[in-house]
Design a protein around this ligand. Structure first.
Ligand SMILES: [Zn+2]
Ligand SMILES: [Zn+2]
Length: 140
């Protein structure tokens, strides 16, 4: 496996290496190499050469937050669903669900343990909102 790894560009890691940098000896692809100076991107950047290829666009903060909040809400739903499932083998028809409309949780439940399940759901919802708030504060 080592030869496979080293045959890839040591700068971007996604393309096959074609050149060897004259300064650091990295095996690099044509995109990460400047044939005029025979230097890799890293060594060339140290000398003030602009990279040929712009860096891959980074996920912006909003996209990250959106993805993360979705993940947290999904985790919350999974927990609620699990707790609902766990009550079924006991022969009781308890259920509790919490829906999110934006940050507003809408909860409903039924059966002998419905209220407890809704309470768990709301607790998860609060945890999710709190986590989102903390993330927002960290990013902005
Ligand atoms: Zn490369
Ligand atoms: Zn180099």
């Amino acid at each position: 496996m080592i030869w496979v790894w080293t045959s890839f560009c040591e700068v971007c890691g996604s393309r096959k290496s074609k050149y060897v940098c004259s300064r650091c000896g990295r095996r690099v692809c044509e995109q990460c190499f400047d044939p005029k100076t025979w230097l890799c991107k890293i060594c060339a950047q140290a000398k003030g050469w602009e990279p040929i290829e712009p860096r891959a666009p980074q996920m912006d903060v909003v996209t990250k937050l959106f993805a993360l909040s979705f993940l947290l809400i999904f985790a919350g739903f999974a927990l609620i669903f699990l707790s609902a499932l766990l009550t079924i083998p006991s022969g009781e028809t308890s259920f509790g669900f919490v829906f999110f409309i934006g940050p507003i949780p809408i909860a409903f439940g039924g059966g002998p343990h419905g209220l407890e399940l809704v309470a768990v759901g709301i607790a998860i919802a609060i945890a999710v909102i709190l986590a989102m708030f903390l993330i927002l504060r960290k990013w902005f």
